[in-house]
Design a protein around this ligand. Structure first.
Ligand code: NAP
Length: 254
Protein backbone atom coordinates (compact mmCIF):
# COMPACT_ATOMS: atom_id res chain seq x y z
CA UNK A 1 0.00 0.00 0.00
CA UNK A 2 1.40 3.42 -0.91
CA UNK A 3 1.70 5.94 1.86
CA UNK A 4 1.44 9.76 1.81
CA UNK A 5 5.19 10.38 2.39
CA UNK A 6 6.74 7.33 0.73
CA UNK A 7 10.22 8.13 -0.67
CA UNK A 8 10.30 11.45 1.16
CA UNK A 9 13.05 12.45 3.59
CA UNK A 10 12.07 14.71 6.49
CA UNK A 11 14.63 16.60 8.61
CA UNK A 12 13.25 17.80 11.96
CA UNK A 13 15.14 19.96 14.44
CA UNK A 14 14.54 19.31 18.15
CA UNK A 15 12.97 15.99 17.22
CA UNK A 16 13.71 13.88 20.27
CA UNK A 17 10.76 14.98 22.38
CA UNK A 18 7.53 16.97 22.50
CA UNK A 19 6.14 18.46 19.30
CA UNK A 20 9.22 17.59 17.19
CA UNK A 21 9.05 13.91 18.11
CA UNK A 22 5.35 13.76 17.26
CA UNK A 23 6.00 15.44 13.89
CA UNK A 24 8.75 12.88 13.18
CA UNK A 25 6.56 9.94 14.20
CA UNK A 26 3.64 11.14 12.08
CA UNK A 27 5.88 11.41 8.99
CA UNK A 28 7.45 8.01 9.68
CA UNK A 29 4.04 6.34 10.06
CA UNK A 30 3.16 7.79 6.65
CA UNK A 31 6.26 6.31 4.99
CA UNK A 32 8.91 9.06 5.24
CA UNK A 33 12.53 8.48 6.18
CA UNK A 34 13.32 10.64 9.19
CA UNK A 35 16.36 12.61 10.30
CA UNK A 36 16.28 14.46 13.59
CA UNK A 37 18.85 16.68 15.21
CA UNK A 38 18.99 17.60 18.86
CA UNK A 39 21.57 18.32 21.57
CA UNK A 40 20.85 15.63 24.16
CA UNK A 41 22.71 12.43 23.12
CA UNK A 42 20.75 10.13 25.42
CA UNK A 43 17.38 11.43 24.20
CA UNK A 44 18.56 10.94 20.61
CA UNK A 45 19.62 7.37 21.35
CA UNK A 46 16.26 6.63 22.97
CA UNK A 47 14.17 7.98 20.12
CA UNK A 48 16.33 6.20 17.55
CA UNK A 49 15.83 2.84 19.31
CA UNK A 50 12.12 3.45 19.80
CA UNK A 51 11.56 4.35 16.13
CA UNK A 52 13.71 1.49 14.80
CA UNK A 53 11.76 -0.94 16.99
CA UNK A 54 8.63 0.28 15.19
CA UNK A 55 10.30 -0.39 11.82
CA UNK A 56 10.89 3.29 10.94
CA UNK A 57 13.95 4.62 9.06
CA UNK A 58 15.58 7.16 11.33
CA UNK A 59 18.89 8.95 11.69
CA UNK A 60 19.15 10.66 15.08
CA UNK A 61 22.12 13.03 14.96
CA UNK A 62 23.64 15.29 17.56
CA UNK A 63 23.89 18.91 16.43
CA UNK A 64 23.17 22.32 17.85
CA UNK A 65 21.06 24.37 15.42
CA UNK A 66 23.03 27.48 16.39
CA UNK A 67 26.23 25.95 14.99
CA UNK A 68 26.15 26.21 11.19
CA UNK A 69 29.01 23.70 10.73
CA UNK A 70 27.24 21.04 12.78
CA UNK A 71 24.00 21.67 10.90
CA UNK A 72 25.69 21.42 7.49
CA UNK A 73 27.60 18.28 8.47
CA UNK A 74 24.45 16.49 9.64
CA UNK A 75 22.55 17.54 6.55
CA UNK A 76 25.34 16.18 4.32
CA UNK A 77 25.19 12.92 6.26
CA UNK A 78 21.45 12.69 5.66
CA UNK A 79 21.88 13.31 1.91
CA UNK A 80 24.64 10.68 1.78
CA UNK A 81 22.51 8.07 3.57
CA UNK A 82 19.06 8.81 2.16
CA UNK A 83 19.85 10.49 -1.20
CA UNK A 84 17.58 13.55 -0.80
CA UNK A 85 16.10 16.05 1.60
CA UNK A 86 12.47 16.91 0.90
CA UNK A 87 10.94 18.32 4.08
CA UNK A 88 12.57 20.59 6.66
CA UNK A 89 10.78 21.37 9.93
CA UNK A 90 12.34 24.11 12.05
CA UNK A 91 10.98 23.08 15.43
CA UNK A 92 13.90 23.33 17.92
CA UNK A 93 13.12 25.91 20.56
CA UNK A 94 13.73 27.18 24.06
CA UNK A 95 12.05 29.66 26.37
CA UNK A 96 13.72 32.11 28.76
CA UNK A 97 10.64 33.97 30.00
CA UNK A 98 10.75 37.07 32.14
CA UNK A 99 9.25 40.53 32.24
CA UNK A 100 11.34 42.92 30.19
CA UNK A 101 12.84 44.74 33.18
CA UNK A 102 14.16 41.43 34.55
CA UNK A 103 15.24 39.92 31.21
CA UNK A 104 19.02 39.68 30.96
CA UNK A 105 21.27 39.65 27.87
CA UNK A 106 21.60 35.86 27.94
CA UNK A 107 17.82 35.35 28.06
CA UNK A 108 17.51 37.52 24.97
CA UNK A 109 20.53 36.20 23.04
CA UNK A 110 19.87 32.48 23.60
CA UNK A 111 16.26 32.67 22.45
CA UNK A 112 17.15 34.77 19.38
CA UNK A 113 19.98 32.35 18.53
CA UNK A 114 18.15 29.04 18.84
CA UNK A 115 14.99 30.07 16.99
CA UNK A 116 16.25 32.56 14.41
CA UNK A 117 19.93 31.71 13.82
CA UNK A 118 18.91 28.06 14.07
CA UNK A 119 16.22 28.35 11.39
CA UNK A 120 18.58 30.40 9.21
CA UNK A 121 21.34 27.78 9.48
CA UNK A 122 19.12 24.80 8.65
CA UNK A 123 17.19 26.54 5.90
CA UNK A 124 20.28 27.85 4.14
CA UNK A 125 21.83 24.38 4.27
CA UNK A 126 18.64 22.65 3.08
CA UNK A 127 17.71 25.02 0.27
CA UNK A 128 20.72 24.19 -1.88
CA UNK A 129 19.61 20.54 -2.03
CA UNK A 130 15.96 21.48 -2.48
CA UNK A 131 16.72 23.96 -5.28
CA UNK A 132 18.88 21.33 -7.01
CA UNK A 133 16.10 18.72 -6.84
CA UNK A 134 13.42 21.36 -7.61
CA UNK A 135 11.28 20.21 -4.72
CA UNK A 136 10.99 21.10 -1.07
CA UNK A 137 8.69 21.76 1.83
CA UNK A 138 9.85 24.05 4.66
CA UNK A 139 7.72 24.39 7.78
CA UNK A 140 8.62 26.78 10.57
CA UNK A 141 7.10 26.33 14.02
CA UNK A 142 5.94 29.74 15.22
CA UNK A 143 3.54 30.36 18.14
CA UNK A 144 0.48 32.33 19.18
CA UNK A 145 3.04 34.32 21.22
CA UNK A 146 3.97 36.00 17.90
CA UNK A 147 0.84 38.10 18.51
CA UNK A 148 2.36 39.41 21.77
CA UNK A 149 2.62 37.83 25.20
CA UNK A 150 3.73 39.50 28.45
CA UNK A 151 6.89 37.88 29.85
CA UNK A 152 7.99 36.73 26.42
CA UNK A 153 9.57 39.77 24.73
CA UNK A 154 12.36 37.54 23.41
CA UNK A 155 10.15 34.58 22.41
CA UNK A 156 7.34 36.61 20.81
CA UNK A 157 9.97 38.47 18.78
CA UNK A 158 11.48 35.28 17.36
CA UNK A 159 8.10 33.67 16.70
CA UNK A 160 6.99 36.75 14.73
CA UNK A 161 10.40 36.71 13.04
CA UNK A 162 9.85 33.14 11.88
CA UNK A 163 6.63 34.25 10.21
CA UNK A 164 8.59 36.94 8.31
CA UNK A 165 11.22 34.38 7.34
CA UNK A 166 8.46 32.05 6.12
CA UNK A 167 6.95 34.66 3.82
CA UNK A 168 10.34 35.66 2.41
CA UNK A 169 11.30 32.03 1.74
CA UNK A 170 7.94 31.52 0.05
CA UNK A 171 8.70 34.37 -2.36
CA UNK A 172 12.37 33.51 -2.96
CA UNK A 173 12.04 29.78 -3.38
CA UNK A 174 8.58 29.22 -4.86
CA UNK A 175 9.92 29.10 -8.41
CA UNK A 176 12.06 26.08 -7.48
CA UNK A 177 9.09 23.97 -6.39
CA UNK A 178 9.75 24.79 -2.75
CA UNK A 179 7.01 26.03 -0.43
CA UNK A 180 7.48 27.59 3.01
CA UNK A 181 4.72 27.75 5.59
CA UNK A 182 4.40 28.21 9.30
CA UNK A 183 2.38 26.47 12.01
CA UNK A 184 1.70 28.61 15.08
CA UNK A 185 0.70 26.43 18.05
CA UNK A 186 -1.23 27.65 21.06
CA UNK A 187 -0.94 25.87 24.42
CA UNK A 188 0.47 22.38 23.83
CA UNK A 189 1.15 19.88 26.62
CA UNK A 190 4.93 19.24 26.51
CA UNK A 191 8.06 19.56 28.67
CA UNK A 192 8.18 23.21 27.61
CA UNK A 193 4.80 24.08 29.12
CA UNK A 194 5.62 21.90 32.16
CA UNK A 195 8.76 23.97 32.73
CA UNK A 196 6.62 27.12 32.70
CA UNK A 197 4.29 25.62 35.32
CA UNK A 198 7.31 24.58 37.43
CA UNK A 199 8.81 28.06 37.18
CA UNK A 200 5.51 29.61 38.30
CA UNK A 201 5.19 27.09 41.16
CA UNK A 202 1.86 25.74 39.85
CA UNK A 203 1.16 21.95 39.71
CA UNK A 204 1.13 20.96 36.02
CA UNK A 205 -2.42 19.51 36.26
CA UNK A 206 -3.76 22.84 37.56
CA UNK A 207 -1.81 24.71 34.88
CA UNK A 208 -3.36 22.50 32.16
CA UNK A 209 -6.88 22.97 33.57
CA UNK A 210 -6.46 26.75 33.74
CA UNK A 211 -5.13 26.77 30.16
CA UNK A 212 -8.00 24.62 28.87
CA UNK A 213 -10.61 26.87 30.45
CA UNK A 214 -9.49 29.74 28.19
CA UNK A 215 -9.47 27.72 24.95
CA UNK A 216 -12.67 27.63 22.84
CA UNK A 217 -12.51 23.83 22.27
CA UNK A 218 -12.12 23.29 26.03
CA UNK A 219 -8.81 21.46 26.05
CA UNK A 220 -5.10 22.14 25.65
CA UNK A 221 -3.34 20.88 22.54
CA UNK A 222 -1.41 17.65 22.05
CA UNK A 223 1.81 17.41 20.01
CA UNK A 224 -0.14 15.33 17.45
CA UNK A 225 -2.42 18.34 16.80
CA UNK A 226 0.64 20.17 15.50
CA UNK A 227 1.99 17.15 13.61
CA UNK A 228 -1.31 16.97 11.73
CA UNK A 229 -1.04 20.60 10.56
CA UNK A 230 2.62 20.18 9.62
CA UNK A 231 1.75 17.15 7.47
CA UNK A 232 -0.80 19.23 5.54
CA UNK A 233 1.86 21.78 4.56
CA UNK A 234 4.39 19.02 3.83
CA UNK A 235 2.08 17.15 1.46
CA UNK A 236 3.10 17.13 -2.21
CA UNK A 237 -0.46 18.15 -3.07
CA UNK A 238 -0.15 21.38 -1.02
CA UNK A 239 2.05 22.92 -3.75
CA UNK A 240 -0.18 26.02 -4.10
CA UNK A 241 -0.20 26.72 -0.34
CA UNK A 242 2.81 28.96 0.21
CA UNK A 243 3.80 31.64 2.72
CA UNK A 244 0.92 30.91 5.08
CA UNK A 245 0.67 30.89 8.87
CA UNK A 246 -1.78 28.42 10.38
CA UNK A 247 -2.73 29.02 14.02
CA UNK A 248 -3.40 25.68 15.70
CA UNK A 249 -4.68 26.77 19.08
CA UNK A 250 -8.18 25.41 19.63
CA UNK A 251 -9.69 28.69 18.50
CA UNK A 252 -9.00 32.40 18.86
CA UNK A 253 -8.76 33.74 22.40
CA UNK A 254 -8.83 37.48 21.74
P1 NAP B 1 10.37 20.92 24.14
O1 NAP B 1 9.61 19.73 24.64
O2 NAP B 1 11.13 21.74 25.10
O3 NAP B 1 11.31 20.43 22.95
C1 NAP B 1 12.18 21.31 22.31
C2 NAP B 1 13.20 20.51 21.57
O4 NAP B 1 14.13 21.43 20.94
C3 NAP B 1 14.02 19.61 22.48
O5 NAP B 1 14.14 18.35 21.88
C4 NAP B 1 15.37 20.32 22.55
O6 NAP B 1 16.47 19.47 22.70
C5 NAP B 1 15.44 20.96 21.18
N1 NAP B 1 16.44 22.02 21.16
C6 NAP B 1 16.52 23.10 21.98
N2 NAP B 1 17.59 23.84 21.68
C7 NAP B 1 18.20 23.23 20.62
C8 NAP B 1 19.35 23.51 19.85
N3 NAP B 1 20.10 24.60 20.10
N4 NAP B 1 19.70 22.66 18.84
C9 NAP B 1 18.96 21.56 18.59
N5 NAP B 1 17.85 21.24 19.29
C10 NAP B 1 17.48 22.06 20.30
O7 NAP B 1 9.38 21.94 23.40
P2 NAP B 1 8.04 21.75 22.55
O8 NAP B 1 6.93 22.22 23.39
O9 NAP B 1 7.99 20.41 21.92
O10 NAP B 1 8.28 22.89 21.45
C11 NAP B 1 8.66 22.61 20.10
C12 NAP B 1 8.50 23.89 19.29
O11 NAP B 1 7.14 24.34 19.37
C13 NAP B 1 9.36 25.05 19.80
O12 NAP B 1 9.82 25.83 18.72
C14 NAP B 1 8.36 25.86 20.61
O13 NAP B 1 8.76 27.20 20.72
C15 NAP B 1 7.11 25.68 19.80
N6 NAP B 1 5.87 25.94 20.52
C16 NAP B 1 5.52 25.19 21.62
C17 NAP B 1 4.32 25.47 22.28
C18 NAP B 1 3.87 24.70 23.49
O14 NAP B 1 2.83 25.07 24.09
N7 NAP B 1 4.54 23.64 23.89
C19 NAP B 1 3.48 26.50 21.81
C20 NAP B 1 3.88 27.22 20.70
C21 NAP B 1 5.06 26.93 20.05
P3 NAP B 1 17.19 19.10 24.10
O15 NAP B 1 16.31 18.07 24.68
O16 NAP B 1 18.51 18.57 23.66
O17 NAP B 1 17.26 20.36 24.88
Amino acid sequence: MTKRFDNRVAFITGGSRGIGKSIAENFAEDGAKIAIIDIDAEALQNVQSEFRDKGFDILALQANVVNSQEVEATMEQVIQEYGSLDILVNNAGIIRDNLLFKMNDNDWDQVIDVHLKGAFNTTRAAQKHMVHQKYGRIINISSTSALGNPGQANYSTVKAGLQGLTKTLARELGKFGITANSVAPGFIETDMTKSTADRMGIPFEDFLKAGASKIPVGRVGKPSDIANAVAFFADEQSSFVNGQVLYVAGGPTN
